[in-house]
Ligand binder design. Structure first.
Ligand SMILES: [Zn+2]
Ligand SMILES: [Zn+2]
Length: 230
């Protein structure tokens, strides 16, 4: 028994209750409250649609640079938990979410066969303030399950952007312009899966995907715990 487990027991990411010694992950009471996004989803952005193979209205209008993506859980079932993961020092939730995402999206990852998982970077200032990047913690946990390496050294966030949900569409485009800088030669990466906690407007994933493709990556996908609007 690891002494750290006694001092810092694992917490259920949904209710934040400390799990009994030797137990980890979502507690039995919360397991039924965790809702996966089921049924046909937009091939490109993962939004639920009415029939298989459909591309949603937003993807038709937006011309996103990424090739496809998946979000696993409904926003309503995990939004409070994601807030704590990001802002209330609950980086340990990422271990549980990483396992769950590897299980729920394992077949999809197997089909994509990415060369690397790339967590959406945080700006240095925000990283120092928060002490961790939840997307990196999540990518590490997924990697531990599926064996795809994490390449968090490829890109850097060069601007400390205003949260995307606080600005309108035009503002988002200006906000994200030159927000990321590719730091390494990426031409050997054919396929990359970006990892983040939540897909909100798609503009962050879109900008990051665009710079990676401009630098020579062939295909860029994303995987997130959840997405807005479901
Ligand atoms: Zn719970
Ligand atoms: Zn779509």
């Amino acid at each position: 028994m690891n002494i750290l487990n006694l001092l810092y027991p694992d917490r259920c990411p949904l209710c934040d209750t400390a799990r009994p010694v030797k137990e980890t992950g979502v507690c039995p009471e919360c397991a039924k409250k965790l809702i996966t996004i089921k049924g046909p989803v937009c091939e490109k952005c993962g939004r639920p649609v009415t029939k298989e193979g459909e591309i949603c209205y937003e993807c038709i209008a937006e011309d996103f640079s990424f090739d496809g993506g998946r979000s696993v859980f409904t926003y309503s079932s995990v939004s409070d938990s994601i807030y704590r993961l990001k802002y209330m020092n609950r980086s340990a939730y990422a271990r549980t979410y990483g396992k769950l995402l590897a299980k729920e999206a394992g077949d999809w990852l197997e089909w994509i066969k990415p060369d690397a998982l790339v967590p959406v970077p945080l700006h240095k200032k925000r990283l120092i303030k928060r002490g961790y990047n939840q997307a990196k913690e999540l990518a590490d946990a997924i990697s531990g399950e599926v064996g795809i390496p994490v390449a968090d050294y490829l890109v850097r966030r060069s601007k400390n952007t205003v949260p995307q949900k606080l600005v309108d569409k035009k503002g988002r485009q200006i906000n994200m312009k030159k927000a990321f800088i590719v730091e390494e030669n990426v031409v050997s990466f054919k396929r990359i899966v970006l990892i983040d906690d939540i897909f909100t407007t798609g503009s962050t994933i879109d900008s990051l995907s665009r710079v990676l493709k401009d630098a020579g990556v062939k295909e860029v996908y994303f995987l997130t715990i959840s997405r807005a609007g479901v």
